[in-house]
Design a protein around this ligand. Structure first.
Ligand SMILES: Nc1ncnc2c1ncn2[C@@H]1O[C@H](COP(=O)(O)OP(=O)(O)O)[C@@H](O)[C@H]1O
Ligand SMILES: Cc1ncsc1CCOP(=O)(O)O
Ligand SMILES: [Mg+2]
Length: 246
């Protein structure tokens, strides 16, 4: 990796690429946050699709530029849809991300998360409890989000400090971060750079929204506005990241 400021500049350029190329992101998303995630992707400039219908999911995954697999509100039919879409992404070498939502609550969900990770996703993203239990990332970029996001790939660890505490009071900010990472991976082949770009975009937009809002309700709307308005130069000026090599 080159110096941090060169890295941030190139990450900021990936935001411009998302806006220009408008990647299609197929989301196998829990039923609680589907609208929040679709709206967040649209605000960024990406094009979301959301179906989990067994007869359609392969065609949608085939036509998408990236896939996000989120394990919330999991049932047998959703598992089958996820297996079908993940196989398409893997066979077509498309970027895909696994978000092992609440795998720390349910042994069977944990087994399924590990099955998917064994299939070789580009990224695994979860909160601290999920990432601490899920185990080996099988070569995927490991992302543990929280007050500080920690991204680990091979010997590199990047910490993204941007964000706002109100994010933890809006259901779906973690789910949306996975979808934004997928959108950035669709335009930036270096997944560490892509994921850093997505988390900086979301964290800086949240800081702007947090300053203007009076609580979680107004924050949610202002966060979407800030995502839509964020410019690459806002990333360059406001990024707070560090890099360590072990
Ligand atoms: N206290 C906090 N301060 C700043 N950002 C936060 C805080 N808590 C969570 N975030 C951000 O909110 C998003 C969701 O993170 P997290 O709460 O870890 O995921 P989940 O919603 O899956 O539990 C991430 O983008 C993370 O950076
Ligand atoms: C993302 C999210 N956050 C709070 S509930 C929810 C949906 C998760 O579904 P499940 O309760 O099946 O884990
Ligand atoms: Mg949370």
């Amino acid at each position: 990796m080159t110096g941090t400021s060169d890295f941030v500049e190139s990450v900021a350029a990936s935001l411009a690429l998302v806006r220009q190329r408008r990647p299609r992101v197929h989301c196998l998303m829990n039923t609680v946050v589907q609208k929040f995630v679709a709206d967040g992707l649209a605000a960024l400039g990406a094009i979301p699709s959301m179906t989990s219908a067994l007869e359609e999911v392969e065609a949608f995954a085939q036509r998408a530029d990236a896939l996000v697999v989120n394990l919330g509100t999991l049932d047998e039919e959703r598992r089958r849809a996820i297996r079908l879409a993940a196989a398409v992404a893997r066979d077509a070498d498309k970027p895909w991300i696994v978000d092992p939502v609440h795998c720390d609550y349910s042994p069977s969900r944990l087994v399924f998360a590990r099955e998917l990770i064994a299939a070789g996703p580009s990224v695994v993203r979860g909160n601290a409890s999920e990432m601490d239990i899920v185990g080996n990332a099988n070569g995927a970029l490991r992302i543990k989000t929280g007050a500080v996001d920690e991204l680990t790939l091979d010997l590199h660890t990047i910490r993204v400090e941007n964000g706002h505490p109100l994010m933890a009071q809006v259901t779906g900010t973690g789910c949306l971060s996975g979808a934004l990472i997928a959108a950035f991976m669709a335009v930036e082949p270096d997944r560490l750079k892509a994921a850093t770009g997505a988390l900086l975009t979301s964290g800086i937009a949240a800081e702007i929204a947090g300053e203007r809002s009076s609580g979680p309700g107004t924050f949610e709307a202002l966060f979407r506005d800030a995502l839509a308005a964020l410019r690459p130069e806002d990333i360059i000026v406001n990024a707070r990241i560090s890099h360590a090599e072990s």
